[in-house]
Design a protein around this ligand. Structure first.
Ligand SMILES: *Cc1c(COP(=O)(O)O)cnc(C)c1O
Length: 370
């Protein structure tokens, strides 16, 4: 048996007819950029995230950059995020011209540790520079938003949520993306809602932020040929909007399926020597990734590969160990929970079309290894 980490073509096969029709309709229609389909999609996704507005942009990275810019973040400012995240979180922050500061994660959820944030804010030498915090709902598990909101209020920070891995997730009964001033979605093909190319969106209930975003993404135009701010070209095209509309109807079912597969993994691995992921109380986890941890991670990954099982490490280096970010000046031993996670985590195959037989096969292999 061969079990890949993800299989995007299996999903396409399951929706092929409807998808092909939807894409061909766009080609026939003659409107390819900033059309009706994007508006429908923005409306539907904003509603799903429990906010007033959605603004489609070119990618999740662009969503972070433009959302922070729309909140007024720029050169000379500082934005805080976690050391254990996907590199694009940091790319989006730095693209605004602001500096990035890092804090550690809570090792039980792999998301921003409010105590680490509090300690950083407490000790900051120039607190007036700190403008925003970017909590990341990593692997589909929501960050602990309530204490983060409290700290942000206390210190006057904007909150821009990185929702790239967690569309459909919830925290204390509310969807992620609705806790901050803005939430940033990615429709990178492997995400829970994936386009057939690059796309992203910012969701927000702040009409001013949304208006600025609509200008930023389209050369800074307030209306045709009236350019009121310096802008960019970062748009979500009609073909990707049509693709995402077809898939959006199925997102909840797919997320449910991810949760069922995660539950099965949890049962089958309960008494193995790998540590399985656990949901914090009162969260709705959407399992973008099923991440186990073990001190023998590299051996386990090789063992699984030999059994025909795909796996991956998200992420092998914390941000401050990446060559590109060594200039940030953090010592290698900083953020110990992030450093340890990078050595121990392993993502197992997980996608809605994965069969239960395949999950049993993966778990037998893991138990064999243990
Ligand atoms: C995928 C991802 C992004 C970036 O999304 P792109 O659409 O690839 O630009 C940002 N943050 C996190 C946590 C991600 O997983």
């Amino acid at each position: 048996m061969r079990v890949p980490l993800v299989d995007l073509s299996a999903q396409y096969r399951s929706i092929r007819r409807q998808m092909n029709e939807a894409v061909l309709e766009v080609l026939d229609g003659g409107s390819y950029i900033l059309g009706d389909r994007l508006e429908q999609l923005e409306h539907a996704i904003a509603q799903g995230c429990g906010v007033r507005q959605g603004v489609g942009v070119g990618s999740g990275t662009d969503a972070l950059q433009l959302a922070l810019l729309a909140c007024g973040v720029g050169p000379g400012d500082e934005v805080i995020t976690v050391a254990n995240t996907a590199v694009p979180t940091v790319c989006g922050i730095l693209a605004t011209g602001a500096d990035v500061a890092l804090v550690d994660i809570d090792p039980s959820t792999f998301t921003l540790d409010p105590q680490s944030l509090a300690a950083y804010l407490e000790a900051a030498e120039r607190p007036e520079r700190i403008k925003a915090v970017v909590p990341v709902h990593l692997y589909g598990h929501p960050a602990d938003m309530e204490p983060i909101q409290e700290l942000a209020r206390e210190h006057g920070l904007w909150i821009v949520e990185d929702v790239a891995q967690a569309q459909g997730a919830g925290y204390r009964g509310r969807p992620v993306g609705s806790f901050g001033d803005a939430g940033c979605l990615s429709f990178y093909p492997t995400k829970n809602l994936g386009a057939y190319g690059d796309a992203g969106m910012v969701v927000t209930s702040d009409d001013g932020v949304a208006e600025t975003l609509r200008r930023l993404r389209n050369y800074g135009e307030a209306s045709k040929n009236r350019n009121v701010i310096r802008g960019f070209n970062s748009r979500l095209d009609e073909i990707q909007a049509a693709v995402l509309m077809v898939k959006l109807d199925r997102l909840e079912g797919w997320n449910q399926r991810r949760r069922e597969i995660a539950r099965l993994y949890g049962e089958l691995l309960a008494d193995s020597s790998v540590e399985i992921p656990r949901d914090a109380p009162d969260v709705h986890h959407v399992y973008h990734l099923y991440v186990v941890r073990t001190a023998r991670r590299d051996d386990l990954q090789r063992y699984l590969a030999a059994a025909g099982i795909g796996s991956a490490v998200h992420y092998p280096l914390p941000i401050h160990h990446q060559e590109a970010y060594s200039h940030l000046g953090f010592p290698p031993e900083a953020f110990p929970h992030s450093v340890r996670a990078a050595r121990e985590v392993l993502s197992l195959p997980l996608y809605p079309e994965l069969s239960e037989d395949a999950v049993h096969y993966v778990c037998e292999a893991i138990r064999g290894f243990c």
